[in-house]
Design a protein around this ligand. Structure first.
Ligand code: URA
Length: 259
């Protein structure tokens, strides 16, 4: 039996999706708003024990409609697996839309309000034992959340480099080992009790963990949850027969002409 993510049928998450900000809160010059908001991945039923904050969705996420399901997501899933967390997590990004351009813009108050509402909803409905932020932008959003919303007894936060940070592998992996140690110490109820196994100096194949079908919308083909690249912006560098290829082109009337 294939299980799947039940989606956003219940409040507070349903209401948050319905109220999702678009432009001008997320200006089209800086965000790929034409690909829509991409909200989360993981448990919204109160069973999450780890809250992951990433940065912004990329090409795979724009099609699969869940965050952190491409290459970066597989690395994050491997990080959670090392903690013995296979199911009890929930993930949101620091931005609701994919960034356009390389620099991450400073959040506006309206963008933060929506992110904070999601974090509030998660903390109100689940007993989060640790928050893991991946990358500087995610860390800043959590810091601003604590400062601006002053949550009562917020969970401890552990900062890690972003899964696709440009640091040399050994540096990134040492940083993730330190984050693992801290997160492991805070986590009282993992899905499995594990003896913590650190990363080596280089990435190993096993460090990319599978994205479970129960995180994804019903009917999503399994290759869309694999670690191999299957979506790129623009022309595909790969030849493929028509049967293995659908090209999505936004109608001209809905395209955004960016300078
Ligand atoms: N995809 C996401 O959804 N978030 C990231 O931070 C990176 C890739």
């Amino acid at each position: 039996m294939t299980t799947f993510d039940p989606g956003y049928g219940h409040d507070p998450f349903r209401g948050l999706c319905e109220a999702a900000p678009g432009p001008p809160v997320y200006p089209e010059e800086r965000f790929r708003v034409e690909w829509g908001p991409i909200f989360h991945r993981g448990r919204l039923d109160g069973s999450a024990r780890v809250l992951v904050i990433g940065q912004d969705p990329a090409a795979h996420e724009g099609v699969a409609r869940r965050i952190l399901c491409g290459f970066a997501g597989h690395r994050v899933q491997g990080f959670l697996a090392k903690l013995g967390v296979d199911r009890s997590y929930v993930m949101v990004n620091a931005y609701l839309y994919s960034l356009y351009g390389t620099a991450a813009p400073t959040h506006t108050a309206d963008q933060l309000e929506d992110r904070f509402d999601w974090i509030d909803a998660i903390l109100d409905t689940a007993t989060i034992e640790v928050v893991v932020t991946f990358g500087g932008v995610a860390k800043r959003v959590w810091g601003r959340y604590e400062q601006d919303r002053s949550p009562t007894s917020p969970p401890p936060q552990v900062g890690a480099l972003h899964p696709t940070a440009r640091n040399p592998d050994a540096e990134l992996l040492a940083n993730w080992n330190a984050a693992l140690d801290l997160a492991h110490g805070h986590l009282a109820h993992p899905d499995r009790t594990v003896a913590l196994a650190h990363y080596g100096d280089e990435w190993a194949d096993a460090d990319l963990a599978e994205i479970p079908s129960f995180d994804m919308p019903a009917g999503l083909p399994t290759w869309m949850t694999g670690a191999e690249t299957w979506a790129v912006r623009g022309e595909s560098p790969e030849e493929a027969p028509r049967s293995g290829r659908i090209t999505v082109t936004i109608p001209e009337s809905s395209r955004i002409d960016r300078v």
